[in-house]
Ligand binder design. Structure first.
Ligand code: ZN
Length: 336
């Protein structure tokens, strides 16, 4: 196969930042083959209400008029059921839940999901999606660290789904065989997103290699294989959420490096390259453009992009940001 025409992709999880960083990265969304994306609310300050979400959306649209931005609110104590109804009217897509302290700008995150029952009930009736960063904070006394933080969170997903069976729940950026089994075992309202980088990386690729460090961290080879297997199988409740998360080079290369891998500019070429290596190229279009919108009950995007089997070298940087796999050669590129 020398070329591959796929529908414009949906990226169900991306960080687009603010100010200068936003101006650098937003034009890269469409360059990577994406026509619609779910924008994370962990800005400074976090996106706390529908009006803030709409202001953020307007700023993003001005930078990339051809892309549809689906907005999210940051789950925190100020969020009320009334604001959920208002959010629905305004066209907000969902609510993002960060456990406190687990990743970039999560210091206002959630300590106890039980406090948000009324908010979740309103989301269930209004049809807003709940997007979960599925990790518990590290805790030495309970032997919890970054390697089992996702696995330890899974009972929360099961509890939420049992309590709110009509609520669309997405366990984001899954990294473990246990998370794959958990989502697979639950009902039709629970799905998972998978990043491009977690299909490629294991612990050895980020330990001591700051540019591959992200949260949740990539896990064991058998975990990566579980992600690849569920993608290869074409399971309809597993789909693309890049979690592309840019940081300036100095913040990644610091002694205490920021978590996040930047994949937006070459998202479809990264995926085509790795899907081909693990024997799933025939699943690429469904993974990127069909499963997610079907799960969320949304219309297909108009338009396609063409991947060509023409090698390209990943650039050293985009502005201040070093991309995933810099300097490496990808087997595929997007046609102009
Ligand atoms: Zn993220």
């Amino acid at each position: 196969m020398e070329s591959l025409i796929v529908p414009l992709a949906d990226d169900w999880h991306v960080h687009l930042r603010q100010e200068a960083m936003m101006r650098t990265v937003v034009p890269q969304v469409r360059a990577g083959g994406v026509g619609r994306c779910v924008v994370m609310p962990n800005t400074v300050p976090p996106i706390a209400d529908p009006a803030a979400a709409m202001r953020y959306r307007d700023a993003l649209r001005a930078l990339a008029p051809g892309v549809e931005f689906l907005m999210t609110l940051y789950l925190q104590p100020t969020l009320t059921p009334g604001m959920i109804r208002e959010a629905k009217q305004a066209g907000v897509f969902g609510v993002k839940c960060y456990p406190r302290g687990v990743t970039t700008h999560s210091d206002r995150g959630v300590e106890d999901l039980a406090e948000y029952e009324a908010v979740f009930a309103a989301m269930e009736s209004e049809g807003l999606a709940l997007l979960l960063h599925g990790e518990v904070p590290s805790q030495a006394e309970r032997d919890i660290c970054v390697l089992n933080a996702e696995q330890q969170f899974l009972p929360e997903v099961e509890r939420l789904h049992a309590r709110f069976p009509g609520l669309r729940i997405v366990l984001e950026h899954v990294t473990t065989a246990e998370a794959v089994s958990c989502v697979r075992s639950l009902g039709s309202t629970v799905a998972a997103t998978v990043t491009a980088h977690h299909l490629d990386l294991t612990v050895d690729d980020w330990a001591g290699k700051n540019h591959n460090f992200c949260k949740p961290v990539a896990k064991y080879p058998h975990d990566r294989e579980a992600l690849r297997a569920v993608v290869r199988e074409g399971h309809p409740r597993f789909f693309l959420g890049s979690d592309s998360a840019p940081h300036p080079r100095h913040a990644k290369e610091a002694a205490c490096g920021c978590a996040g891998v930047f994949t937006s500019p070459l998202l479809l070429p990264y995926l085509a390259d790795s899907f081909e290596r693990f024997g799933a190229l025939d699943r690429l279009a469904d993974f990127c453009s069909v499963h997610g919108r079907t799960f969320h009950g949304m219309q297909p995007l108009e338009g396609t992009v063409t991947l060509e089997r023409v090698p390209q070298t990943v650039p050293d940087s985009y502005g201040e940001v070093v991309p995933f796999r810099r300097g490496e050669t990808l087997a595929w590129r997007l046609a102009e």
